[in-house]
Structure formats: C-alpha cells, structure tokens
Write a protein that binds this ligand. Structure first.
Ligand code: PMP
Length: 294
C-alpha cells in the first residue's frame, strides 16, 4: 500500500492532491530525494538531508521546515507506514522507499515566483520493490547517449526536471538497453540517468568527478568508502566513452540499485561486453556489509 504525506499529513495515495498552479507542476520547479530503508531504518538519512539542503541553496527553494525537523518527519512517516503495513513493523519484505519532494509552491502562472510564496513538501512512501535479479546476475545493458548537457546549471542539486535524462533513457530502451550513460557536450561520460557510473581500469576504481556534473550520489559516496576500506585505489577522473569501453569492469550505483554490474556498453565508438568482475563483486559484498551494520 502506498501513502503520501502532503505538508506532513499522511493519506492513502488516492487522496493525495496538490494544486495545478503548483510550480512543481508548472515548471518542474522542485527538488527531491529518494531514500530507502534497510531493516526498517532510513539509510544515510543525514546525507540525503544534506544533499536536499544543498539543492535548496542552489535552487533558492527555501525548505518549509528545518533540515532537522524534516528528518524527524521522515522517520515518523516511515514508522507510521510500517505500523499500518499488513503484519506490522516486523513483517518481512517491509522495506520502504521514500521520495521527499519540495516544490517552490504555487499561486499563479508566470515564471517569476510571487513574493512570500511558501514551499510545499510531498513525501511518497511506497514498498521497496528490488530491481530484477537478472540485472545483478547478468548485469545491466547500457547505451552511451551524447547530449547537449552543459557541465552545469544547478551543480550538485537534485532538481525535479529530468527531461534530458528521460530522453536518454528512451533512446536506451528503444535499443533494448536498461540504462543510458549521459555524455555531456564535451563528450565525457557524466553519469547514468538515475545512477552514477564507475569503471575498473588496471585494478583502480575510476568515476567521473562531481565537477563533471554528476549528482553527488549517496551510493557513490558509500562505494568510495567501501573501496577505501578494501584498499582499492580510487581515482575521480573524466571518462570518455572510449575509456569506458576499454575498462576491465563497469558498474552503476544508486539508492534503489545499490551496486549493479554493467554487462555491456554500446557507444558510437564501439561495443563492449563485460564479464562479472572481481572488484565489482568485492565492492558489492562490502556494500551489503555496510547496509547490514550501518
Ligand atoms: N545521478 C542521478 C541523476 C540520479 O537521479 C541518481 C538517483 N538519485 C543518482 C545519480 C544516484 O544517487 P543516489 O546514490 O543518491 O541514489
């Protein structure tokens, strides 16, 4: 069962509404975070709240509550929904996904927001449905898609408008791929549409730097911690599609996917199939240890 809290008030999803004048609807004028629970607890809540605070600064969407109060609200919503789940909080498979969306608010048409407009928060709480096992057993098929993406408009912010990413994902799906790697105007691989990307080259882990325009993924950060713990050398360096194609291993990361191996990459420069790699497997095991004992 899915629930939605509009400005903190929890209702079943069918009863959740916001105004058509909301700027999230009119202009994609919103910021958001997607979190999940492990063992019923929100994973890396503080990191998600810091990123939301950063998104708020960059977009000048003032948060409607302090970050601390918002955190308490997310914890309270998680417990309320778990208690209402069939079987209650101890029921198996009761992990949840929370998406907290903050829009600038609304009132009228016109790009410039009215003075004194207050932000609206909408939190979606849904059962966590893991990605298909095939994506871990075999790995994901990805397509490199060139875009006009500048290296930045709202660097580091997680903003509501995903149109460019969506168009990349459509291109990938049309050719039977699972995810697209977004390549920017300078021809560098930045990230996936909703994932960060890593490759392994000569035993070193390489991922595009955040300065290249990648979202500072929470799972990316945990992966870097796990690599440091395992003694895997890490380099944050620009990657071209050719670099990715000539790597030994490649994988994607995100809150909902954790560490997902890449099975193949298609790009204008060529095609590469990857075998399941030992570094990816070790990092994925390390990641599971972190979530089991956060
Ligand atoms: N990049 C983009 C564009 C994303 O939307 C996401 C998903 N939030 C990620 C990377 C991965 O971030 P995280 O690990 O925080 O889920």
């Amino acid at each position: 069962m899915s629930w939605v809290a509009v400005d903190g008030v929890l209702v079943p999803r069918e009863r959740a509404t916001v105004s058509v004048y909301d700027r999230g609807f009119l202009y994609g004028d919103s910021i958001f975070e997607t979190l999940r629970t492990y063992d019923g607890k929100l994973f890396r809540l503080e990191a998600h709240l810091s990123r939301l605070a950063r998104s708020s600064e960059v977009t000048r969407i003032a948060l409607p509550l302090s970050v601390e109060a918002l955190g308490r609200e997310l914890v309270a919503l998680t417990s309320s929904v778990r208690e209402m789940a069939p079987g209650g909080v101890d029921a198996p498979a009761s992990e949840l996904v929370l998406r907290v969306l903050v829009t600038r608010g609304g009132g009228r048409l016109g790009l410039l927001p009215e003075e004194g407009m207050s932000a609206r928060r909408v939190t979606f709480v849904e059962p966590f449905v893991p990605p298909a096992a095939r994506l871990y057993d075999e790995g994901a098929k990805v397509l490199c898609v060139p875009t006009h993406r500048p290296s930045d408009a709202a660097r580091g912010a997680k903003v509501g408008n995903y149109l460019e990413s969506l168009l990349c994902l459509f291109r990938a799906r049309e050719v039977g791929c699972d995810e697209a790697l977004v390549c920017d105007a300078s021809g560098h691989v930045v990230e996936g549409t909703t994932t960060n990307v890593f490759v392994v080259r000569g035993g070193r882990l390489v991922t595009p730097p955040l300065g290249a325009g990648a979202l500072p993924g929470i799972t990316r950060a945990v992966t870097l911690e796990v690599a440091a713990h395992l003694g895997v050398a890490v380099e944050e360096a620009p990657l071209t599609p050719a670099d990715v194609l000539s790597s030994d291993e490649a994988f994607l990361t995100s809150t909902l996917r954790e560490i997902m191996p890449i099975a193949s990459i298609d790009a204008a420069e060529g095609r590469r199939a990857f075998a399941k790699g030992p570094v990816t497997a070790a990092l994925a095991r390390g990641f599971r240890r972190v979530v089991a004992a956060p």
